[in-house]
Write a protein that binds this ligand. Structure first.
Ligand SMILES: NC(=O)c1ccc[n+]([C@@H]2O[C@H](COP(=O)([O-])OP(=O)(O)OC[C@H]3O[C@@H](n4cnc5c(N)ncnc54)[C@H](O)[C@@H]3O)[C@@H](O)[C@H]2O)c1
Length: 363
């Protein structure tokens, strides 16, 4: 079987990300990373219908329990977290248990957070089933849930034992979800790898059609960028990991403002445009490169308008959570050029308001 392995190397831990097709049914990837006899699989109804049987088959020598959590970003809450903890307790799971997140980024984030907290932390494995989760959410140990005041306000750093990115699982993913995931792929190319950006320009037809060779190469290249960044700065303390937040400062605020009608990747795509416009305004990114980025987003149906009923004040309120964390200053990752990003705290509300009004006018 053809598969690739990329390692995340941290000061006190390292773990593999296996990337390939039809990995789910093979127990050889899972076994070395499960240390006790108990396993708790966390998933959602639709994903369970599609893939749970295969996974249970691969785990037939373990004692497996399953907890189903509700679907949708609005359920990435302490209530879903509690459901997992209640089930672990009710089924008598000990510290040696392993949680397995079988699902998209929502399932992975809540499961990872439950694993971080249950009995002061137990092991978990990520089996991501969406593009966003395979290239981004499952890697890097950021776990957590949302609060009504904003996204991911409650959480912990807790890395998985391994990640299994099985591209066969993406066959059932709705096209809107798949396309939203491409926003995180484009993000990685923009912050780190201009050759990869050119490759994404060239492979539009193959990627939209989810052709397996192109898909495998795209996922592997994106994961290696993320794994490299996380390996250098897993706790976001060295101004390296922050680069992954490109498009997310405005993106997170828009996602919350839309009451999660906008998918995470869609919100990030708008956030990428905002960050690129800010980059052009300060003379960093050229107009020609902005046009290339806009064209690529458009080709993947990601040059989206601002959300309906957009409220500037509420948008700025959501951004203020970020500001509180960083000495009352907005922090944006902007582009020097395609493939090179930089963190700055010099963007003002006035700069942002100017860009927003251009987007509202459809420019
Ligand atoms: N922890 C991190 O570093 C990180 C990074 C990026 C995003 N995220 C988080 O990830 C979440 C977004 O991820 P997502 O888009 O995967 O969301 P998601 O988990 O809500 O999945 C999106 C939808 O796809 C469905 N689905 C999942 N896999 C499927 C499959 N194989 N076939 C058919 N349907 C399937 C789900 O049931 C859901 O309806 C957000 O909560 C975001 O904050 C976290």
């Amino acid at each position: 079987m053809h598969y690739q392995t990329i390692n995340v190397t941290l000061p006190n831990q390292h773990y593999p990300i296996y990337i390939g097709s039809d990995l789910l049914s093979k127990d050889d990837y899972l076994k070395p990373h499960i240390h006790g006899n108990q396993v708790m699989i966390v998933t959602q109804k639709l994903i369970a219908n599609l893939y749970l049987e295969k996974l249970l088959q691969a785990l037939k020598n373990y004692h497996c329990d399953v907890v189903i959590i509700p679907t949708g970003e609005r359920h990435k809450t302490l209530k879903s977290f509690n459901k997992i903890i209640d089930n672990l307790l009710a089924k008598g799971h000990e510290r040696s248990t392993t949680l397995i997140a079988l699902g998209g980024g929502m399932v992975g984030d809540v499961t990872g957070f439950a694993a971080a907290c249950y009995q002061r932390s137990v092991n978990y494995i990520q089996i991501p089933t969406t593009l966003i989760a395979q290239v981004d959410a499952a890697i890097g140990g950021k776990t957590g849930v949302n609060h009504s005041a904003g996204k991911n306000l409650i959480g912990a750093f807790h890395h998985p034992q391994c990640v299994i990115a099985d591209i066969a699982l993406l066959a059932s993913l709705p096209q809107r979800e798949f396309v939203a995931g491409l926003a995180e792929v484009i993000k990685c190319s923009l912050i780190k790898d201009k050759n990869f950006f050119s490759w994404l320009e060239d492979k539009q037809r193959e990627l939209i059609a989810k052709e397996s060779n192109a898909l495998l190469e795209m996922i592997t290249r994106t994961i290696s960028i993320k794994a490299q960044i996380v390996s250098q700065d897993d706790r976001e303390q060295k101004n390296i990991r922050h680069l992954l937040n490109f498009g997310h400062t405005a993106g997170h605020a828009l996602e919350a403002l839309s009451q999660y009608q906008l998918l995470h990747g869609e919100a990030v795509a708008i956030g990428i445009r905002i960050a690129c416009m800010l980059s052009v305004d300060r003379g960093w990114l050229t107009e020609q490169d902005y046009q290339r980025i806009y064209d690529l987003l458009s080709a993947y149906q990601l040059s989206l308008p601002l959300i309906k009923g957009f409220k500037l004040k509420k948008f700025l309120d959501f951004l203020s959570h970020d500001k509180k964390n960083f000495n009352q200053r907005l922090r944006f990752v902007l582009l020097k050029e395609i493939g090179q990003a930089e963190l700055t705290d010099t963007v003002t509300e006035a700069d942002l308001i100017k860009i927003i009004s251009r987007l509202e006018d459809g420019r």
